[in-house]
Design a protein around this ligand. Structure first.
Ligand SMILES: [Zn+2]
Length: 99
């Protein structure tokens, strides 16, 4: 491919420009990937999702423990989306106690 000298300069100029701030912030605001909980009993990851109604019901294949997620309410969703103060990795039970 042949690029005229002035076009090449232009291309380099564009490539060297810092990413506009809005784009950086937008990519940070991406919803984090949903991570399945780990077993509250033995800590094993990747429990089996047995049911999603009315709340997620989990079964730990490692120790046989069964549990359900707390019911999501509007508050919880707002907190998840809005608060950087809530670490995503925190167990949901701790988050609930803080409120
Ligand atoms: Zn377990």
């Amino acid at each position: 491919m042949v690029v005229a000298a002035d076009q090449l300069e232009q291309a380099i100029e564009i490539a060297n420009q810092p990413i506009p701030k809005e784009i950086v912030e937008e990519s940070k605001a991406e919803v984090p990937e949903y991570v399945p909980p780990s077993c509250p009993k033995c800590g094993a990851e990747d429990p089996v999702l047995e049911s999603a109604e009315p709340t997620n019901a989990w079964l730990c294949e490692a120790c046989g423990a069964q549990w359900s997620d707390p019911e999501a309410d509007a508050d919880g969703i707002l907190n998840e989306l809005g608060g950087e103060r809530l670490a995503v990795q925190e167990p949901e039970k701790q988050v609930l106690r803080l409120r």
